[in-house]
Design a protein around this ligand. Structure first.
Ligand code: AZC
Length: 831
């Protein structure tokens, strides 16, 4: 440990705490400095890619001052920190977000404008950081944003995947996956930390420490180094800058020089390849679990590096480990980071020589767990033999955790063997499996679902026995939220300007309860006109985006009807496209005069299917085949258009969401834990057509049922319908049957390709209840059209909705977690 010479303190006294320089000349100088010195270009040969990089580096310089100050300050006051452990962070772009947070957007726009660049084009040069699949990963990104903006000392921990979410191409109507090489060009938003590196062991064998019950030495030759990369999370309206620490496997030391010298070139790099691959790719599954060995190793590398880092930071305080829960709260974002629990046990038992009870008390006071789904196919389980081979020490610890847990159950409910079987962390299947959700639950002091209905459902289903054994108080609800910075102020500047006008200032961006003020303007004709104009401008922007990405020309005067999310059977994009086919049929039956009276509609889809999810991929093909026929039908023209936007991403969502009139959130009741795009759409003045599911329910409660179009069966009815359909043939109504007929008559190309989709309804038990909900779905579409005809009322609905959406800010969610789960306080960072 080298000590800082006291002279350094004097010389750099004012370094990190100086104010951010905002004047045009200084900004211009710093851009030019980076252009020339960081990237070896000159102003004369600068293109927009260079302009992006030079500007981004210059903005980041300004961010760093606050970043250093934040960490220094938190250390100095021994702030309790929350660590949000997530295998996914779906960040998207950072440049514009940082400009807004530092309130430097106008300054950079001017400086770039002076040299002939348009800021919007420069922003478009940035590639998304797509280190996540969908809702769960984007939620993690919103949560670290809210922690930063609300002055909570919070860090995200994740993996730095070399290849993020795959790029989706559409070829002949089918999804084709291509690698996302997002790190090919310099990434201004990460800082390599070669000094922050931890060894992570795999395989090997155990040696018990003499005379100890729970202490082992783990001997292994397979040791990889995880190295940290830090990603800043700029807080808006505060000096606080959060941090996402991402781990990457370091491979240099694994190069085998002896093999190289002997001419075995492949062998020389073999170890490096095996290590590197651990952090190479994001597993592209949303709401599904594949029990791949590589994934288990990936999860462990992540958990081990993270826990070692947290302990190292804690030890700097000089406090005893029993006080860890006073300075650290760890949130598990689903079960993927659950190995953090046995890993912390391992560190405390083996490295720190604590007793089992001391260690277990620390663990259970530190961890809390969020469940995001009840879909059975998403439940993480690992075969005991696999776990035993790769992580022998952890398997042993899990057995002991389970033993002590089951002993406590037996004590409370003596002789209830079926309860023990149901609640055991080890499933008695062949082979045995470790149930990660149960391990996470046993090792945490709080377990939460992500919307009210979902939190109720998990108490009645997967954690039902745990509620009985551990008591109801442990199981709570934390309804999701989204960041108003990115999902209002960033993506919808015109609407945001109107809100600022209504509120009187921009404080609503960090305190969304203030949008209530919009209600005062709902009768103001001028305000309403500008509200509509903002939406219209967003629609035109989306129409341009669609033209440039798909070549399809749509009219911005049509009703925009949007369903964008991962393609999944439970989300029922299939039901949507069946209804589009039926609508097409109806339009074809009409006379031109009748058709002219119809509301023109553009139905927009986007979303990725997991590479191995065949049914979902067929749904994409069907959408594209239907789109091709309808869009080419001159008789139909602009009355109906269908668009599938390829490669859905955070950035695409930022174009789509502000432009929607109606968006669909139509999961079978009880299947969508929460949904978060539903919140984003309404926060941008869009109206929802949805099922009584997830957060749709709470949105309806907040904004009033006149502002939302609900349809379909209710969650408590689903069981009976499914039971019935197991033994009875579904009876499609006339509308659904018409859609089937059109497909089978080869209206959209070879109908045989799509027969399995029809069969999933007719012969597969219709698990997602399309045949049950279709009639009310068609009715709901009619209700939407009737409402849309009355534009005056529609605008009222739109304004009132936004005004009443404060609850769905992620700032509210984070405050609830802070108070009820993490027990942390905001810390205002000052010099
Ligand atoms: C998703 C849920 O499906 C979605 O309803 C929720 O809004 C989101 O998490 C955030 O809580 N779940 C996932 O993406 N993945 C898993 C494994 O649940």
């Amino acid at each position: 440990q080298s000590k800082t010479p006291s002279k350094i303190d004097n010389v750099f006294q004012n370094y990190s705490h100086s104010e951010i320089s905002r004047d045009a000349a200084t900004i211009k100088n710093s851009v030019v400095m980076h252009l020339t010195a960081t990237f070896l270009r000159t102003p004369a040969n600068m293109d927009s890619g260079d302009a992006y990089l030079a500007s981004a580096f210059s903005v980041r310089d300004r961010l760093l001052q606050r970043w250093n100050m934040t960490n220094e300050y938190h250390d100095r006051v021994n702030a309790k920190r929350v660590y949000y452990m997530s295998l996914e962070f779906l960040i998207g772009r950072t440049f514009d977000n940082a400009l807004l947070a530092l309130e430097l957007r106008n300054e950079y726009s001017k400086v770039l404008g002076d040299v002939g660049f348009c800021l919007e084009d420069i922003i478009d040069e940035e590639r998304d950081a797509a280190l996540g699949n969908g809702g769960l990963g984007r939620l993690a990104a919103c949560y670290v944003d809210s922690m930063a903006c609300s002055d909570y000392p919070g860090w995200g921990y994740g993996l730095r995947y070399k290849y993020g979410m795959f790029q989706q191409q559409i070829i002949d109507g089918y999804q084709v996956e291509a690698p996302d090489c997002w790190l090919d060009s310099p990434n201004p938003w990460e800082f390599p930390r070669p000094d922050v590196t931890y060894p992570v062991k795999f395989y090997g064998h155990l040696v018990r420490v003499p005379d100890s019950k729970h202490r082992f030495t783990w001997e292994s030759n397979v040791v990889y180094d995880a190295m940290a990369f830090d990603v800043p999370v700029p807080g808006y309206g505060t000096n606080n800058v959060g941090n996402i620490r991402l781990w990457s496997c370091k491979t240099n030391s694994l190069f085998d020089l002896n093999k190289f010298n002997a001419g075995d070139y492949a062998g020389a790099t073999g170890g490096q390849v095996a290590a590197q691959i651990l952090t190479d790719v994001l597993y592209p599954n949303d709401n599904t679990n594949e029990g791949k060995e590589l994934r288990l190793r990936q999860e462990y590398l992540f958990c081990s590096a993270t826990l070692q880092d947290i302990i190292a930071r804690f030890k700097k305080t000089g406090k005893p480990l029993s006080e860890l829960p006073d300075l650290a709260a760890i949130q598990l974002n689903d079960t993927h980071p659950t190995l953090g629990i046995p890993e912390l046990m391992r560190i405390l038992l083996d490295d720190e020589a604590l007793t089992w009870d001391e260690a277990w008390s620390i663990v259970t006071r530190t961890f809390a767990f969020t469940n995001h789904t009840i879909l059975p196919e998403a439940m993480e389980k690992w075969p005991v033999p696999m776990m035993d081979k790769i992580l022998p020490r952890h398997m042993g610890i899990i057995y002991d955790i389970n033993l002590y847990f089951l002993q406590s159950v037996e004590e409370k409910f003596p002789g209830d063997r079926d309860l023990l079987r149901r609640i055991s962390i080890i499933e008695e299947s062949n082979p045995q499996q470790v149930r990660m959700a149960f391990l996470a639950c046993v090792g945490s002091h709080k377990v939460n679902g992500v919307a009210a209905i979902h939190s109720d459902i998990i108490k009645q289903s997967i954690f039902n026995d745990f509620v009985t054994v551990q008591g109801e108080d442990k199981f709570i609800n934390k309804t999701n939220g989204v960041s108003p910075r990115r999902w209002m102020n960033g993506c919808n500047p015109d609407m945001s300007a109107l809100i600022t006008e209504a509120v009187g200032d921009r404080t609503w961006i960090n305190d969304l309860t203030k949008v209530k003020k919009l209600e005062d303007h709902v009768a103001d004709d001028d305000f309403r006109a500008r509200w509509s104009a903002a939406k219209q401008k967003n629609k035109q922007r989306l129409a341009d985006y669609i033209l440039s990405t798909t070549g399809i020309k749509i009219s911005a005067d049509a009703l925009f009807d949007v369903q964008v999310q991962r393609i999944h059977e439970y989300k029922r994009q299939l039901m949507n496209i069946f209804s589009v086919i039926y609508r097409y049929h109806c339009l074809k039956q009409m006379t031109p005069a009748e058709r002219a009276k119809e509301i023109s509609r553009v139905v927009i889809f986007a979303g990725k299917a997991a590479a191995g999810y065949w049914v979902a991929k067929q749904v994409i093909k069907l959408i594209n085949s239907v789109a091709e026929v309808i869009n080419a039908d001159a008789e139909i023209g602009d009355v109906l258009k269908v668009v599938f936007i390829p490669d859905y991403s955070v950035t695409a969502a930022e174009y789509l969401i502000p432009a929607s009139d109606i968006s669909q959130h139509i999961s079978t009741a009880g299947t969508e834990a929460s949904g978060t795009s539903n919140m984003k759409f309404v926060l941008n003045g869009g109206i929802i057509l949805g099922t009584v599911d997830g957060a749709n329910i709470e949105i309806g409660e907040e904004i009033g049922e006149e502002q939302i179009f609900f349809f379909g069966c209710l969650a408590h009815e689903v069981g009976d319908f499914r039971h019935y359909l197991r033994f009875h043939q579904p009876k499609p109504d006339e509308a659904l049957q018409t859609a089937f007929d059109l497909i089978q008559n080869n209206t959209f190309g070879d109908g045989a390709i799509f027969q399995p989709l029809i069969d999933s309804v007719l012969r597969g038990g219709d698990v997602y209840l399309l045949s049950v909900d279709f009639p009310s779905y068609i009715q709901a579409h009619k209700a939407v059209e009737d409402a849309y005809r009355n534009q005056e009322e529609w605008v009222t609905k739109s304004i009132l909705s936004v005004a009443r959406m404060a609850k769905f800010s992620s700032d509210r969610s984070i405050q609830e977690y802070a108070e009820e789960v993490w027990n942390i306080e905001p810390v205002r960072v000052t010099n």
